[in-house]
Design a protein around this ligand. Structure first.
Ligand code: SF4
Length: 379
């Protein structure tokens, strides 16, 4: 099984924290969709598996109109074999989700929607330059529910400047009360060149302290667990049966094709990434780079992606795929994290630590996961 990611690099305005590839010039939209359809056709033999997930991400895919989706979805259907019950996800901005718009999305076959809410606090939303209000966010979820979406995900951000444990708790309470099936929650990162990073450099805002971040993280995991969510990946929480199939495929080494600017693809042998420049992409002459993965790179990807999930690294699979030497490398480097309870083995190893044993991040480990990844992979 495989997945298709479709990147829509247009936004109405830029959020202060965002370093994704997107721009506000919508005049290129039609040419861009032509190029997307052409890429979907040219690369139809990238893999031969049935497609089980189609994901529109961005940017802001919810800026597209019915005719735009129709053209892209026709190109998908003409060139790829979709499985029955394909998970069809669209990322959407709360401001775009009117009653009519979500009914149109349902009519096109979308069965999962991921709404970029980020916060239910208007001051926090203004600080990060989101274009919707808290009220709009609530209304958007309700419109989706009324239109029949039974698989709704929302995104939240924590660790915002001036955010307190109290406002974060309110955000979580509101999210839980909306009765959605999936929540993605990310700690704010100050990416170089973003507006929020510049504000920090000019001392216009202050970062939350490490202790507050940790308390927020504990509150997040505690409250969502009590509300019945499974913490199945570092930043992702799902009600039973509602994990994101598309993103799970990334973490489980499945093949995917990414079309559009800055999109990545993986077919088990190589990785490909498209240019992060809409005009160059439309021009279509040399719009991607490709790289065959070495054994070491495959090992690094395997360790990082598996450790992100609550299932962790199955050590017998690691041994089968990469051999005894790399298994021992992983176990040796994991020792210090095991000693400090940042990682655990979920099943006690018999002789060689590989029989049914999995290496899993603990909650303490998730909070410093980047350091643990660095410690386990080849630099
Ligand atoms: S809407 Fe999404 S992609 Fe666009 S600027 Fe905001 S965070 Fe970035």
């Amino acid at each position: 099984m495989a997945g298709i990611y479709i990147h829509i690099p247009f936004c109405k305005s830029r959020c202060a924290y965002c370093d994704f590839h997107s721009g506000t010039d919508f005049s290129l939209k039609d040419k861009y969709i032509n190029a997307l359809c052409a890429e979907l056709h040219i690369r139809k033999n990238y893999f031969f598996e049935n497609v089980k997930t189609v994901y529109f991400g961005g940017g802001t895919p919810s800026l597209l109109k019915y005719e735009d989706f129709l053209r892209i979805l026709n190109a998908v259907n003409e060139n790829y074999s979709l499985s029955q019950n394909t998970e069809m996800t669209i990322e959407a901005n709360p401001d775009d989700i009117s009653k009519e718009y979500v009914e149109m999305l349902r009519g096109l076959g979308f069965n999962r929607i991921s709404i970029g809410i980020q916060s239910f606090n208007d001051k926090e939303l203004q600080l990060i330059n989101r274009r919707h209000s808290a009220e709009k966010a609530r209304e958007a979820v309700k419109n989706c529910q009324k239109a029949g979406f039974q698989n709704i995900s929302i995104d939240l951000i924590y660790g915002l400047p001036a955010q307190t444990l109290e406002t974060w708790e309110n955000n979580l309470n509101e999210a839980i009360a909306l009765d959605v099936q999936h929540i993605s929650a990310y700690h704010l990162t100050y990416e170089k060149g973003t507006k929020i990073c510049q504000m920090l450099e000019k001392n216009e805002i202050r970062q939350v302290s490490e202790e507050t971040s940790l308390e927020m993280f504990k509150m997040l995991t505690g409250k969502l667990k009590s509300a019945g969510f499974e913490h199945y990946e570092i930043s992702n929480f799902a009600q039973k049966g509602f994990r994101s199939q598309h993103n799970s495929a990334y973490w489980n080494d499945e093949k995917y094709i990414g079309v559009g600017t800055a999109a990545h693809s993986y077919n088990g042998i190589s990785r490909q990434w498209n240019v992060s420049d809409t005009k160059k992409y439309i021009d279509g002459k040399s719009f991607f780079e490709i790289e065959d993965l070495t054994e070491t790179e495959k090992y690094n990807d395997f360790v990082i992606t598996r450790l992100r999930t609550c299932e962790g690294i199955d050590l017998s699979v690691l041994k089968e795929k990469f051999g005894e030497k790399l298994l021992q490398y992983c176990l040796k480097n994991a020792e210090k994290w095991i000693a400090t309870r940042h990682c655990i083995y979920t099943c006690q190893a018999r002789n060689d630590k590989t029989t049914n044993a999995r290496l899993v991040l603990t909650e303490k480990g998730i909070f410093v996961s980047d350091c643990i990844f660095e410690g386990l992979i080849f630099a």
